[in-house]
Design a protein. Structure first.
Length: 232
């Protein structure tokens, strides 16, 4: 009898969950301390930029850190770590007023934006090269050698763009020139190797001697690099 009662409670809970709007379920009051302390974005107001459909507005979830999460479609914990940093989920209302969910992978190069503390923060799906073993490890974790992730947009232009990893204290930057399909992630562990690879990535337009004094963990110095490249 107790088993039957327990089963009824579970069924009621699942039905209730499925009928509650995601914006109400995933608000700050329902987040754990670990979730609040992470750099993950939970159902913030925002939009995904679709080249064919325009801006698709709704609530956005973007997960980049390993925190046990509820799957909005099932109410269960989501343990698929391979999607961290590679997938953004948009919750939106259809014409019938029902909440629907769409996932967008980073390998398609899409842009999405969220409003955090009344400020707009935007991201771009980007394939990268440069940091060797770390990138390879990330690709292997997804089982398809996909080195793409969503990175925060610092600046974008037709000539050269700048991105950074989105995390509370990250100083990892990625530069992307228009002539290359992939961005270059600075190797902050081996400066000399980083300079050699960077000169090659920039097609020799910036001399290695101009890079010796730059700190590639500093936004100001990375912006100096961009100016050097633009002058050539």
């Amino acid at each position: 009898m107790n088993k039957i009662k327990a089963l009824v409670v579970v069924v009621i809970a699942l039905v209730t969950f499925s009928n509650v709007n995601a914006q109400e379920v995933y608000n700050e009051g329902n987040l754990s301390e670990a979730e609040l302390a992470s750099s993950n974005i939970y159902w913030a107001k925002g939009y995904v930029v679709d080249s064919k459909k325009g801006n698709l507005e709704g609530k956005i979830q973007f997960l980049i850190e390993d925190v046990k999460l509820r799957n909005p479609n099932s109410g269960m914990v989501d343990l698929d770590l391979a999607d961290l940093g590679k997938k953004v989920t948009l919750a939106y209302e259809n014409k019938r007023g029902k909440t629907k969910y769409s996932d967008y992978g980073s390998k398609k190069g899409l842009k999405f934006c969220v409003f955090l503390n009344d400020e707009e923060t935007c991201f771009r799906g980007l394939k990268v090269k440069g940091k060797g073993l770390e990138l390879a490890a990330g690709a292997l974790s997804s089982l398809n050698f996909d080195t793409s992730r969503y990175y925060q947009i610092v600046s974008e232009s037709d000539e050269v763009s700048l991105y950074k990893e989105y995390a509370s204290e990250s100083n990892q930057f990625i530069i992307k020139i228009s002539s290359d399909k992939k961005g270059y992630m600075f190797d902050t562990n081996d400066k000399q190797k980083n300079i050699e690879k960077l000169v090659d990535y920039l097609d020799g337009k910036v001399a290695s001697s101009d890079l010796e004094d730059l700190d590639f963990t500093s936004l100001e110095d990375v912006q100096k690099l961009i100016e050097l490249y633009k002058k050539q």
